[in-house]
Design a protein around this ligand. Structure first.
Ligand code: ADP
Length: 319
């Protein structure tokens, strides 16, 4: 392999930039040429492809977002769109592609691989919902953003003896809600993987209040329901003074944490190694602090598993 490409796709996550930097520098270190595909699969179809040098990825290791830009591209879900992408890659002499993104982006990489073009998937999403890795690039930064907000909200909640409902991201996976709720000492955590019972929640709030708790923090993953809807249900079931805070897209931005930069550097470099070894069609990840890689098609068939022990622990610690 002499020339590879790299693209970021789908929802951006903090740490995509250090992942791009790692791909580019590792490839050049091994005497490969690297081309950046700008604007995800849309840029691939339109041929928005430029050569990257060592300096092209200078001064990005600490920046959120992605210097390659990202996009959603429905056309790429069609075989015709994918063929246009392959034609562009071939026209630029690119022989392998690193795709940094989430579940949808992996499906695109899988489609290219099935059509004979080797791709390696690198898990970049704040949601931590990619199979084949215990942790995704951007999750740690998003968690730190959420607990920073939780700590601040806790101050005002305590001063006014209020209950706060905080809605965080996570449509299908409750990882952000669970980990941030545990790290931020939330009294109640609602995640899509576990049904909730309003009577139990009201009972916990009441008992906490009787013990002299000055505030209550409830973290709700957006996949369960909106924070506003949940607060309405709660005020019908109790008479606590409740406020809602929806954290929204701030969770996707910000300078990547050290943990995300290290993870991105390791995974990006491994993706390049696999392409050099002629191993396309893989998805890289981290398990038990070791780098792993799986067949990208098999990886997608696996299910991401939330750590339910953490849920139990969070309930035990928030009595
Ligand atoms: P994420 O990668 O963050 O999950 P999306 O689900 O929006 O984000 O997917 C990003 C892009 O990946 C889509 O806009 C589309 O171009 C491509 N994609 C998604 N699903 C498929 C699929 N089944 N086949 C081919 N490409 C896909």
């Amino acid at each position: 392999m002499k020339r590879i490409g790299v693209l970021t796709s789908g929802g951006d996550s903090p740490g995509m930039n250090p992942a791009i930097r790692s791909v580019v520098r590792k490839a050049i270190y091994h005497n490969l040429e690297v081309y950046g595909v700008f604007g995800g699969y849309a840029g691939l179809i339109s041929g928005n492809i430029k050569k990257l040098e060592l300096g092209s990825v200078g001064d990005i290791i600490h920046r959120g977002g992605t210097m390659l830009q990202s996009a959603r591209c429905p056309e790429f879900k069609t075989p015709e769109g994918q063929q246009k992408g392959i034609d562009q890659l071939k026209a630029h002499g690119i022989e392998g592609l690193v795709v940094i993104g989430g579940d949808g982006s992996y499906r695109g990489a899988k489609a290219l691989t099935e059509q004979g073009f080797p791709c390696v998937g690198v898990p970049g999403t704040i949601d931590n919902d990619i199979p084949g890795t215990e942790i995704t690039i951007g999750f740690d930064t998003a968690l730190n953003t959420v607990i920073d907000a939780l700590d601040k909200i806790r101050d005002t909640a305590t001063s006014h003896e209020r209950t706060f409902v905080i809605e965080v991201m996570g449509r299908n996976a409750g990882d952000i809600a669970l980990w941030s709720g545990l790290a931020g000492g939330a009294e109640t955590i609602l995640i899509p993987e576990v049904d909730y019972n309003m009577e139990d929640i009201a009972d916990r709030l009441q008992k906490g209040h009787e013990r002299g708790k000055k505030h209550s923090i409830i973290v709700v993953a957006e996949g369960v329901c909106s924070g506003v809807d949940f607060a309405k249900q709660l005020s019908e079931a109790t008479n606590f003074d409740t406020r809602v805070s929806v954290l929204g897209h701030m969770q996707r931005g910000g300078s990547p944490t050290a943990a995300d930069r290290v993870l991105a550097s390791r995974l990006g470099a491994r993706a390049v190694e696999l392409l050099i070894d002629g191993k396309g069609g893989r998805a890289v990840g981290l398990e038990k602090n070791s780098l792993v890689d799986y067949d990208i098609i098999e990886a997608l068939d696996r299910k991401h598993k939330l750590d339910l022990d953490l849920y139990t622990l969070s309930q035990e610690l928030s009595i």
